[in-house]
Ligand binder design. Structure first.
Ligand SMILES: [Mg+2]
Length: 136
């Protein structure tokens, strides 16, 4: 059986793109993605433009963790309905994505990352994400 899909929002979940055009990576992102790659197929689902998303993932060195990068534009265009299990999101653009998520999804909300060192690291959510997968 295929691994369950774990969708990650990009902006303010995995990275913050600041006013100086720097890509800041959320603390604990690499460590969390290493762990979650063992239990799920990691994909990015963003409300941002897909070319922006791919550029940011390259610059942040997070690209290798993800098998696919989707934007809401891709989903609208291709009409894809994912057999999704979990989406990890800071919540700001979740409403734009929900119509494409099918009916079998769970949301794990993360604190928005605006570049602050004090943000909850992504590793803090690993247990919750794993629990959401196993409760499908
Ligand atoms: Mg976001």
């Amino acid at each position: 059986m295929n691994k369950p899909v774990i969708f990650f929002d990009l902006d303010e979940t995995l990275i913050h793109y600041d006013d100086d055009r720097r890509v800041l990576v959320r603390p604990g992102a690499q460590a969390a993605l290493e762990k979650l790659a063992k239990v799920g197929d990691l994909q990015v689902f963003t409300a941002a433009h897909p070319l922006y998303a791919k550029m940011v993932l390259r610059e942040s060195a997070l690209a290798p963790y993800f098998s696919q990068v989707f934007s809401v534009m891709d989903f609208a265009w291709y009409g894809r309905s994912a057999g999704l299990c979990v989406i990890v999101d800071d919540g700001a653009t979740l409403d734009m994505k929900i119509p494409y998520l099918g009916k079998d999804y769970k949301v794990v909300f993360v604190e928005p990352f605006m570049g602050q060192d004090s943000v909850a690291p992504l590793t803090r959510y690993v247990a919750e994400i794993k629990a959401a997968i196993s409760s499908r």
